[in-house]
Design a protein around this ligand. Structure first.
Ligand code: UD1
Ligand code: CA
Length: 457
């Protein structure tokens, strides 16, 4: 169920597209679901901003059902009637509860399969059950459930019940569909509550049961910004713990922001206040020093990233060293053992094996070979105001400090560019190019000036 607007978030964006752990709420739930059943048997009920929601998770290969008007969780399943008809069992998941794990859905499924009631509720004991529907057992400690009561309709005594409804269920699909039209919207919200199915089925002499989630936190829903931040934190702490269990050292993990899909190899160390985002993959034996932000990048083994580097869609090969304060923009490829240093910015640029660009440089749309030295302050002038042009620098070139390379331009293999040159024409291999005004020295000039300016006593 992913059709709701998420009124409590006070957002113009649909609730299930808000992100925790670096990806949409709904994407987490789909990932868990598709570990239990094949994607072609998973249906997302979408409604509010349906197109956006559908687009965001389309690549998962699941199906979509449109709930044009969102008239409650029960109504969501009424809309799904035709899709559900061919199935014997249906598992219902809440699109806004992203901590759910595949093992827990499997536990619900195993319990339901062995007990075969008409409805199984995934329940949890919460220290603070406020806001959740409460599970009303038939008798104390009975495995059977009489009803679910929503917070708003609960009596003070019922509000004290700490066993809550997670919003995840398994139903016998035939029995559900036979009784779903008995739902009414006679409640404080004027909505069709799926939770009312418990009492309806019970009255129809069907069995309704509840099974507890192993970790009660797994079922937490994100209805408010505060709940969402809480879930995000839980998810990131769990991610750090998983990485540590897999051999990664993370100092002060509570200061690091590591997205769910990030992969890091063993013996890599992550220092405090680092962000590793998106689908970033980092090899083993790397060190990521403080204040670096790495997004959707691929980093080989043994790479050193000094403090304050920003990487976005970059590829850094093994043994390279970056920073401090290197900015690698999309389409950057840093070769094996290369060095990129302080205040160097790159974009759509390949820097070959063992090449160096250590200080204060901009390299954009450049193809740079192996063993090249890029002097401090070098700039590729890639933009003429209308188009971007390429700079080619072949192997073993030496570019002197403060050079400007006006693209399109090509520097041949082994050539040498004198410092402070402005290079506008191609430089053939093995040659020296100088593109600067010749220095003039006027000896004794200042002494003469001082003499002419001296005032008479
Ligand atoms: C629901 C349960 C509550 C339970 C809680 C667990 C009901 C009536 N209440 O409350 O007992 O403790 O989940 O988190 O079900 N949705 C639709 N179409 C709609 C309405 C909602 O698809 O017309 C979707 C929402 O996008 C959301 C999910 O259903 O993903 C749950 O809806 P929400 O409004 O968040 O229900 P809760 O108030 O949390
Ligand atoms: Ca909810």
């Amino acid at each position: 169920m992913a059709a709701g607007k998420g009124t409590r978030l006070k957002s113009k964006h649909p609730k299930v597209l808000h992100e925790v752990g670096g990806k949409p709420l709904l994407a987490h739930v789909i990932a868990a679901a598709t570990q239990v059943v094949p994607a072609q048997d998973v249906y997302a009920i979408v409604g509010h901003e349906a197109d956006l929601v559908q687009q965001a998770v389309a690549q998962t290969g699941i199906n979509f059902i449109l709930q044009r008007e969102q008239r409650g969780t029960g109504h969501a399943l009424m809309v799904a009637r035709d899709a559900l008809a061919p199935y014997d069992q249906v598992i219902v998941l809440s699109g806004d509860a992203p901590l759910i794990r595949a093992q827990t859905i499997q536990k619900l499924r195993d319990f339901h399969g062995s007990q075969q009631p008409a409805m199984t509720i995934l329940a949890a004991q919460l220290h603070d059950p406020t806001g959740y529907g409460r599970v009303i057992r038939n008798k104390k400690n009975s495995p059977d459930v009489k009803a679910i009561v929503e917070e708003k309709s609960a009596t003070p005594a019922q509000r004290k019940i700490q066993e809550i409804n997670s919003g995840f269920y398994e139903f016998d699909a035939k029995v559900l569909l036979a009784h779903i039209d008995e739902l009414t919207n006679d409640n404080p919200h004027g909505e069709f509550y799926l939770t009312d199915m418990a009492a309806i089925l019970r009255k129809a002499k069907q069995r309704v049961m509840a099974v507890a989630a192993n970790d009660p936190h797994e079922i937490l829903g994100s209805n408010t910004r505060a709940e969402m931040v809480d879930i995000d934190q839980r998810m990131r702490v769990a991610k750090c713990r998983q990485l540590m269990a897999d051999g990664v050292t993370i100092f002060y993990p509570q200061t690091c922001v590591i997205d769910s899909d990030v992969e890091i190899g063993p013996d890599t160390t992550v220092e405090p206040f680092v962000q590793i985002l998106g689908k970033t993959r980092i090899g083993s034996e790397c060190r990521i020093r403080s204040y670096s932000v790495i997004n959707n990048s691929l980093i080989g083994d043994g790479v050193l990233i000094r403090p304050g580097c920003i990487l976005d869609q970059a590829h850094v090969m093994k043994g390279a060293m970056l920073g401090p304060y290197t900015h690698l923009r999309p389409g950057t490829e840093i070769g094996e053992g290369a060095h990129v240093g302080n205040f160097v910015e790159t974009k759509k640029t390949r820097l070959g094996k063992g090449s160096k660009a250590n200080h204060l440089t901009y390299l954009g749309d450049a193809d740079i070979g192996a063993g090249v030295n890029i002097g401090a302050g070098t700039i590729t002038c890639n933009y003429d105001g209308e188009h971007k042009h390429t700079t080619v620098i072949e192997d073993s070139v030496f570019v002197g400090s403060d050079s400007t390379l006006v693209a399109p331009v090509k520097i041949g293999k082994g050539a040498y560019i004198g410092a402070a040159s402005c290079i506008t024409d191609d430089v053939p291999p093995d040659s020296l190019a100088l593109g600067r005004a010749r220095q003039i020295v006027k000896e004794g000039w200042t002494k003469a000036r001082r003499a002419s300016q001296r005032k008479p006593e």
